[in-house]
Unconditional design. Structure first.
Length: 282
């Protein structure tokens, strides 16, 4: 297996691992741990899974409808006053800019849950005894688990990976709280300043904005030089220079020209890998 094939395989494994992780807690897990599936009768077990599946579909529709209405600039006081720890032209600022929009979906869901027919529709097909049994559980909290799990998947699908991880954490926290009958203050957990304190260092607006500009031009130079000197492939259709090797040579070239791009080999290598996939498809 070539270096490029191995690298692509690693990306695929990582992508699969993330998607599998974001899909938790599954309906089966919720039924088993929250509805105590093992202690239920066969009919009750089937009703649990049917009820949760119906809720899952309804929340899926709710989230994706809300996504079409998302306004990333609404209720957002983002002013570029932070600097992340990445050593390349990252998308940390984009993730932080979009966080409020995802929080607004969570807030709207909390206000809609009393008036939305979601709960009643999911319960309607059950007999009176089953409705009473299901209502003994904290259904609103269960709905919130599924909501934040779906928000995590949505964020991942559109490239907001930090938000995706955060939403998944919330889903698992609520799920864990249900297992010990403890409610989680989601609004507190999702506060932007908490997220910032974990991942970013606050600085002046000029410094934060400047960092993004500082890395934009060097990346253009690096990729332009790559296209001129390192885009050739061998007879098997593989790049003659691996991503890392091309990155190393590009950095060395600019250093010899007394110009430091500001990249480490692995950081630039990631950009080259993505650039090659986008620009040099067979």
């Amino acid at each position: 297996m070539s270096y490029e094939e191995d690298e692509m395989r690693q990306y695929e494994l990582l992508d699969t691992a993330f998607k599998n992780n974001l899909a938790m807690p599954t309906i089966d897990m919720i039924a088993s741990q929250i509805f105590l599936q093992k202690s239920c009768s066969e009919v009750q077990s089937q009703n649990n899974l049917y009820f949760l599946s119906k809720v899952e579909i309804a929340i899926y529709d709710y989230v994706y409808h809300a996504y079409t209405q998302l306004d990333y600039k609404a209720d957002n006081d983002f002013d570029h006053r932070f600097q992340c720890e990445c050593d390349y032209d990252c998308e940390c600022s984009l993730n932080m800019f979009a966080m409020s929009a995802f929080k607004n979906i969570h807030r709207k869901f909390a206000s809609d849950i009393d008036t939305n027919p979601l709960l009643n529709d999911a319960l309607d097909e059950n007999k009176i005894e089953e409705r009473a049994r299901l209502l003994n559980y904290d259904l609103v909290e269960i709905f919130r688990v599924i909501l934040h799990r779906q928000l995590a998947i949505l964020a991942y699908d559109i490239g907001f990976y930090h938000i995706s991880c955060k939403q998944h954490e919330v889903a698992m926290l609520i799920y864990g709280g249900l297992n010990i009958t403890t409610k989680i203050d989601v609004e507190q957990y999702l506060r932007e300043d908490e997220v910032l304190s974990r991942n970013y260092k606050t600085i002046g607006a000029k410094g934060g904005a400047q960092k993004g500009a500082n890395y934009s031009k060097p990346k253009e130079k690096a990729l332009e030089y790559h296209d001129q000197h390192f885009s050739k492939k061998n007879e098997d259709g593989k790049f003659i220079y691996s991503n890392d090797k091309a990155s190393e040579k590009i950095i060395d070239h600019f250093k010899q020209e007394k110009e430091d791009l500001g990249y480490e080999v692995r950081s630039l290598s990631k950009h080259i890998s993505l650039h090659r996939k986008q620009q040099f498809k067979d």
